[in-house]
Ligand binder design. Structure first.
Ligand SMILES: C[S@@+](CC[C@H](N)C(=O)[O-])C[C@H]1O[C@@H](n2cnc3c(N)ncnc32)[C@H](O)[C@@H]1O
Length: 273
């Protein structure tokens, strides 16, 4: 059972390479060929507190924290075995400190998830990189993300050259992410506010689907929106969650288990199934 108001950290070990991994947590704070179209649609399903909007950013904001980003990539990501050059380049390029509330900015490159308001989190950098690598994205691929949150994972995917479609259920977070992505020049990320359970059928099929909140079991519509050969990368489970990769084949679906993780729960329809 996930306790929404109890900060909860789960530490787990990944073998080969042997690493200690802090998993995206739930609850209150313990805390390119970039696409060209942007859009936000649909009615809010929840309203919640979100961090105050940041001041406009300029070129120097991208340049700042460069050393921190380099250290983050070397120590947290490459050291744990991520080798995809586009993932590493994107993690070096996207200014993570501009995706967290100002009060958390000094921790933006730390090896941990951070609170972003509305009892939600921006995932740990390693988890963002791992999911991006497992998705095996090529430039120009159409990719669906369910759980926009701060917009950071969407920006990483766009930086890798993907055409990104992202859905966020919390209206305040979705609006803020849309504004932030536009301000930072990721205005081609297509963003929708609503329950991502049914996916984005008009834009399907997708070359990859990333789910950044954990459903008790995988939503069937998201599997059906994969192209043949495409991958769905998702945390699945309630109290015990695993990161899984589902590949659509000509004959059906293949499941691979990755590491134990701890994500916020997928809300909405996923909880009623
Ligand atoms: C761990 S956070 C995602 C972090 C995000 N990818 C980022 O880079 O900041 C999970 C997000 O999924 C959202 N979420 C949960 N259930 C959802 C649903 N049914 N549809 C869409 N978004 C959902 C939450 O509101 C939250 O913002």
């Amino acid at each position: 059972m996930v306790h929404r108001h109890t900060p909860h950290w789960l530490w787990s070990w990944r073998l080969g390479p042997f690493v200690l991994v802090a998993i995206a947590c739930n609850g209150a704070p313990p805390a390119a060929s970039t696409p060209t179209r942007g859009r936000v649609e649909a009615a809010p399903e929840q309203s919640a507190q979100a961090p105050a909007p940041s001041a406009p950013v300029g070129a120097t904001d991208f340049a700042s924290f460069e050393d921190e980003r380099e250290r983050m990539v070397a120590r947290q990501i490459e050291a744990r075995g991520i080798r995809d050059g586009r993932v590493l380049a994107a993690m070096r390029a996207v200014p993570r400190h501009l995706f967290v509330p100002e009060s958390e900015r000094d921790l933006a490159y730390a090896d941990r998830p951070l609170a972003i308001g509305a009892e939600q989190t921006i995932s740990q950098p390693y988890i963002v990189a791992l999911m991006s690598e497992l998705a095996a994205i090529e430039p120009g691929d159409r990719v669906l993300e369910v759980g926009t949150g701060s917009g950071y994972q969407a920006a990483v995917l766009a930086q890798m050259g993907a055409e990104v479609y992202s859905i966020e259920i919390v209206e305040s977070l979705g609006k803020q992410a849309r504004e932030r992505l536009k301000r930072l020049g990721y205005d081609g990320v297509n963003l929708r506010i609503g329950d991502g359970y049914a996916g984005w059928p008009e834009a399907a099929p997708f070359a990859a689907v990333l789910l950044t909140a954990a459903p008790p079991k995988l939503p069937e519509p998201l599997k059906q929106q994969l192209a043949v050969g495409a991958r769905l990368v998702a945390p699945v489970g309630r109290s015990y969650q695993e990161l899984v990769v589902v590949t659509r084949t000509a004959k059906g679906f293949e499941l691979q288990r990755n590491i134990p993780v701890r994500f916020v729960p997928m809300t909405g329809e996923a909880q009623r199934r």
